[in-house]
Write a protein that binds this ligand. Structure first.
Ligand SMILES: [Fe+2]
Length: 262
């Protein structure tokens, strides 16, 4: 597992935070345990999780919940929902596809996440010292008839969140939607995942990412918004994989950000 370190400076506050960014675990225990060992060394001040940690179609729910519980015992944790938490509303039981049809099923899934001690930010934000941490869920949803559809992020929430005083960090799973939906709001830092580093990396670039197709541009690293250079996005390559195709030349990644207020 790669531990990638970034440093960002800001004059919006004074002080320093070590922030671990964990995404795209997809319930995989081996990667989760390796990540936890690294976190024991890093000792972050807070842990931010921009989605796809727990597969919501698993029955019973999988290792992702145990991972969250362990992380919550190490540091304050905040999480937003990825598409595998909003979009997979069905079980396969004894060969039958049983759709989680009711909103109460989904609510109990969300409650399972909250019960771990991780603060789930579902179009919500919290203040953490000078930081304002918000979470917007993946816009990919599956309705009660099992149809996947895309809805717009909650722009009202994004407006309210972005107008709050402080250094704003938004957890939003989809890097490919940053320019379209997020960048117009005055949010200093967006954290995303989803692209899994481009699955196969050659010459330092990813080959494929969902939502971006072949030769995607947004798979890892720090990106600055073209029109607003003070708005940045960090994309984690993710902790694991959920496709039959392996990650090649693309180890799982834990991102550690030093956010320094001057
Ligand atoms: Fe995803």
């Amino acid at each position: 597992m790669l531990v990638t370190r970034y440093q960002i400076q800001t004059d919006l506050f004074q002080g320093r935070y070590t922030i671990a960014i964990c995404g795209d675990l997809h319930d995989k225990s081996r990667s989760g345990k390796t990540c936890i060992k690294h976190l024991e060394q890093v000792r972050p001040d807070l842990i931010l999780l921009p989605g796809d940690i727990v597969e919501n179609h698993a029955f019973p729910l999988g290792y992702g919940l145990g991972f969250l519980k362990t992380l919550a015992s190490m540091a304050p944790c905040f999480m937003s929902l990825g598409n595998h938490e909003t979009g997979g509303r069905h079980h396969f039981i004894h060969g039958k596809d049983i759709i989680l049809s009711s909103d109460s099923d989904f609510k109990s899934f969300l409650q399972s996440i909250s019960d771990t001690g991780v603060k789930l930010l579902n179009n919500e934000y919290v203040c953490f010292g000078p930081l304002v941490i918000g979470g917007a869920p993946s816009p990919l949803w599956r309705d009660s008839d099992h149809h996947l559809f895309t809805k717009e992020p909650d722009l009202g929430f994004l407006k309210t969140f972005s107008e709050t005083q402080g250094y704003k960090i938004l957890l939003f799973h989809h890097p490919e939607l940053f320019e379209k939906y997020i960048a117009s709001f005055p949010v200093q830092l967006t954290l995303a995942g989803h692209a899994h580093g481009g699955q196969v990396r050659l010459f330092g670039k990813g080959i494929y990412a969902p939502g971006q197709g072949l030769f995607p541009k947004l798979t890892s690293g720090i990106h600055t918004c073209n029109n607003f250079p003070d708005r940045q996005m960090i994309i984690t390559k993710g902790l694991s994989n959920n496709t039959p195709f392996p990650r090649l030349f693309n180890p799982p990644e834990l991102v550690v950000l030093s956010l320094i207020g001057t």
